[in-house]
Design a protein around this ligand. Structure first.
Ligand code: TMP
Length: 396
């Protein structure tokens, strides 16, 4: 399997590794590079951290952390019920139960390697396997719980480095006409927006429909439908099934494959262009922040995201530019950001009258945040983003 290097994002820490002052000496860094598979066009990190290091009892990301995502999961749960009427549903990476809670307990199974989150769904009464998704687990599930009608995963399959084995396990656990529904950030959207901060340690891959069709074909599965979603800065929801099932391939699958071809995802040029755009984005963002600081204005960051870990470490943005980061997640507050060591505080503390500019670490929730922070905007506060270009979101 030959690969071509696309982009180097320098030394990066664990993206969600917010830590207390006293834990500074435990921080680890790795060289974060992405490469594209010459045959399948799967874009992946060239090196990943151990999965136990990333997904454990200290995992801090709550899938229900925004109204946008709560609504999103309620809506897809209802859609799955209406469309497939599954007797058995299994979720890979069930996090805090924001999706599975819409299904009856006797019909649903959770798989979640992070003990703190596995305890949450178990506490809600759902049978939960505290485990990584692998063939040993599948054997146990098939033996104890039987085959599944729907397997669902959101922002999880892209976390699994050995994606072929993970897809094979899905194939094996599905009933003959079972459906695999999964959604992850879209490579085409990342290229369109130069949102290179989709790349971080947990995202072992950024999927195109083109690459997924190839990878699923290897395990005798096919994509029969695709939905393009706005969440997480542009995602694709894939509907796949076993090759011998009767699902008809929708026109959206062909449209997506054609579109990806038209923007050059099957040739190397598009990847080189993306790398070039990323380098320009860094120069522009640093320039913008530098000018604002030169005018003696205060900048903070809004949303202590994994994405902002990539941006801050790649661009070398530290406390010289950003006084602190605000985030609603209690487990992140009172800690320092990975690599650049910027303090994290609650929005109640941080969004005070002294703030002139807020960089949107959570740019994917721009609408929700700008609505919530209307008072900041009304008193002249400005939001900064680097997506799709470094600039001020509400200049007037
Ligand atoms: P994500 O972009 O990876 O989903 O992470 C979003 C982060 O931003 C998460 O830590 C919660 C935080 N956040 C806020 O602090 N305030 C908000 O209004 C929203 C929507 C998110």
């Amino acid at each position: 399997m030959s690969k071509t290097l696309v982009l180097k994002l320098g030394k990066q820490p664990k993206a969600n590794g917010f830590f207390k002052d006293s834990e500074l000496n435990k921080e680890v860094f790795f060289d974060m590079n992405v490469a594209v598979d010459d045959n399948t066009k799967l874009l992946s990190l060239t090196k990943t951290l151990d999965k136990e290091m990333l997904f454990n009892d200290e995992y801090v990301y709550h899938s229900s952390g925004s109204k946008t995502m709560q609504f999103h999961f309620a809506s897809i749960a209802n859609q799955i019920k209406r469309q497939f009427s599954p007797k058995k549903v299994l979720e890979i990476g069930s996090n805090d139960g924001v999706f599975i809670k819409h299904f009856k307990k006797k019909h649903a199974l959770c798989v979640e390697p992070c003990g703190n989150f596995a305890d949450m769904t178990a506490g809600m009464g759902y049978k939960t396997y505290e485990a990584f998704w692998d063939d040993k687990l599948i054997e146990k599930i098939i033996r104890d719980d039987g085959l599944q009608d729907v397997v669902y995963a959101a922002n999880c399959m892209c976390h699994i480095p050995e994606i072929g084995k993970a897809f094979e396990a899905v194939h094996d656990v599905l009933t003959a006409d079972g459906v695999f529904v999964f959604e992850d950030p879209s490579l085409a959207e990342m290229f369109n927006r130069t949102s290179y901060d989709q790349i971080y340690d947990e995202h072992a891959h950024i999927f195109s429909v083109t690459a997924l069709a190839e990878e699923l074909m290897k395990v005798n599965m096919f994509i029969f439908h695709v939905e393009n979603l706005s969440v997480h800065g542009g995602s694709n929801r894939i509907y796949a099934a076993r090759i011998d099932s009767d699902y008809k391939v929708s026109k959206e699958v062909l449209n997506n494959l054609d579109y990806e071809k038209s923007i050059g995802l099957s040739t190397f040029g598009a990847y080189e262009q993306f790398a070039d755009n990323v380098r320009q984005s860094r120069t522009r963002l640093i320039g913008l922040l530098y000018n604002i600081k030169n005018n003696h204005k205060k900048i903070i960051s809004y949303g202590a995201t994994s994405k902002s870990t990539t941006v801050f470490n790649y661009c070398g943005i530290d406390r010289t530019y950003i006084d602190y980061i605000t985030d609603i997640t209690p487990d992140k507050q009172g800690k320092l950001s990975p690599g650049m060591h910027i303090p994290v505080v609650s929005p109640e503390v941080g969004m005070n009258n002294s703030v002139d500019f807020a960089y949107l670490g959570a740019w994917n929730f721009a609408n929700e945040i700008m609505e919530k922070e209307s008072a900041f905007i009304e008193r002249g506060g400005k939001f900064i983003t680097h997506v799709p270009f470094a600039g001020i979101l509400n200049p007037c």
